[in-house]
Design a protein around this ligand. Structure first.
Ligand code: 4AD
Ligand code: MG
Length: 459
């Protein structure tokens, strides 16, 4: 039986067996109390071992934090004030010993920095268990949101030959024996590489999602993406999961409506289905996070243009690290200022200058902005980036040439504009950033099980 189930059961005379790991042990004269966790929920099950009833013998010295155990007993009403029920133990076996002197996770609170160095053990802490459960629930909610609305889940490739964001921040994929070739002074010819051309890990699944949207109408991806950005921040990973819906016959307003409904739905779902874990984040990680999330669900997201956003920033009585003028990209300090100070709610900023956005975005008639939309939230800044797509072949080709992309490599993408091109839109939500937002966790490296970053690839 799982501990989560037991904690919600009423005591009866049935003997039951559980398996889990000891979190803490308290040894008093006649009784030993062990808090057992099996990861099914935040709360531990208290196992009460009566030294007179069971002969613990050598086992007593092995009842250490971290030890794997199998425990049999009867569920009883607990006289303690911290729990409703406890397990009155008739038999306990150590399945996996964890010597107290060497086990790195002790009863005290460890810093997140330290825990990152033992990422293989950190799921055994309260915080990382809670993050893992919320992460799981969010994944379910994401599929549920789209499936309930008739979206198809499409799997886009991880290996690609095109730079879909045109930003050049890609990890190369190769099977060429580079070291040997350098030693021999050979010239690198990617024609000899595995795929016969230069290939990379995908930064997005968007272009392929567009292919499917042009046939199946509403689709979404949910998979890993990779960025070789040299950004050592609390909001950037080199490998992260992204959710990318793509919708045919949908303009930027329909895109914004979907993004707003989507974020609210996921938040509601997590609050309803992870109440215990969210209480933990609310008490220990970020005070007030639940109330803030409730507020987001009940608010209407502000919608402003980039030009209006820049005006707000220029009029701010704040010393920013980076200056802003029309045409420059918004930094996270500006994004946070808008969502925290100006609006105190999520903000959707639209119509960015075309020179700071990707080539595929629909060009506005003013000749200098595109139909982009970024969703900015307090504490984090951008969590969603999206746009209406350019559906006009000539304009798209022209823009690609302007930014120096080889249009021949994108022939299949351009075909979508040659045959049955219709207005369409989509966006990308960074899964880890959203999880950070929901849990209140400070560092993005602590919401993904195995963070990949500059000089960080252990585990
Ligand atoms: O704004 P981005 O680059 O947009 C795209 O990739 C589009 N193809 C999406 C689309 O329209 N289908 O990335 C989308 C989101 C960002 O808003 C951010 O939340 C997240 O992905 N993101 C990252 N998250 C963690 N680490 C990084 N290095 C990230 N880069 C982007
Ligand atoms: Mg972006």
């Amino acid at each position: 039986m799982r501990i989560k189930e037991l904690l919600n059961s009423t005591p009866d005379d049935q003997e039951i067996t559980i398996q889990g790991w000891i979190r803490t042990k308290r040894d008093s004269k006649n009784v030993v109390f062990c808090a057992i966790s099996d990861g099914s929920c935040m709360e531990n099950l208290q196992a009460v071992l009566d030294k007179e009833k069971i002969n613990l013998g050598d086992t007593l010295s092995q009842l250490n934090t971290g030890a794997g155990v199998e425990v049999t007993g009867k569920l009883a009403t607990s006289p303690g004030k911290n729990q409703q029920v406890e397990l009155s133990v008739s038999k306990i076996s150590i399945i996996g010993d964890a010597p107290g002197e060497t086990y790195p996770l002790q009863k005290k609170r460890h810093s997140f920095e330290f825990l990152r160095e033992i990422a293989h053990l950190r799921p055994r802490t309260n915080t990382f268990g809670a993050v893992a459960r919320v992460r799981n629930t969010m994944s379910v909610a994401i599929h549920k949101f789209f499936q309930d609305r008739g979206f198809l889940y499409v799997h886009t490739p991880i290996i690609t030959a095109v730079d879909a964001e045109g930003a050049g921040e890609m990890f190369q994929v190769t099977t060429l024996p580079i070291e040997e070739m350098i030693k021999n002074g050979d010239k690198i010819d990617y024609g000899d590489d595995f795929f016969g051309k230069r290939t990379y890990l995908a930064v997005t699944g968007q272009l392929e999602a567009e292919v499917y949207a042009m046939a199946l109408r509403d689709v979404y991806t949910f998979g890993p993406t990779f960025r070789a950005e040299n950004s050592n921040t609390t909001r950037h990973l080199a490998e992260f999961w992204m959710i990318e819906p793509e919708m045919a016959f949908c303009d930027i307003n329909c895109n914004m409506d979907t993004a707003e409904a989507f974020l609210k739905y996921i938040i509601r779902y997590v609050l309803d289905n992870c109440a215990e874990d969210m209480e933990f984040f609310n008490s220990w990680i970020q005070k007030g996070v639940i109330e803030n999330l409730e507020k987001v669900i009940n608010s209407d997201f502000e919608r402003i243009t980039y030009t209006e956003a820049v005006d707000h920033i220029l009029n701010a009585k704040v010393d920013f690290e980076f200056p802003v003028k029309w045409g420059s990209d918004l930094q996270s300090e500006h994004e946070k200022y808008l969502s925290e100070k100006v609006f105190d709610s999520p903000v959707i900023v639209t119509d960015y200058p075309r020179d700071i956005k990707a080539f595929y975005m629909k060009q506005n008639d003013d000749g200098r902005t595109v139909r982009a939309m970024d969703v900015l939230v307090p504490r984090l800044g951008e969590i969603i980036g999206g746009s209406e797509r350019e559906s006009d072949l000539t304009k798209l080709e022209h823009r690609m040439e302007e930014v120096g992309l080889n249009t021949e490599a994108y022939w299949w993408y351009l075909d979508l504009r040659r045959f049955g091109s219709v207005p369409h839109s989509g966006f990308g939500l960074g899964f880890a950033r959203f999880l950070q937002y929901i849990t209140g966790m400070q560092n993005i490296r602590d919401v993904i099980p195995f963070p990949r970053n500059v000089k960080m690839v252990d585990f």
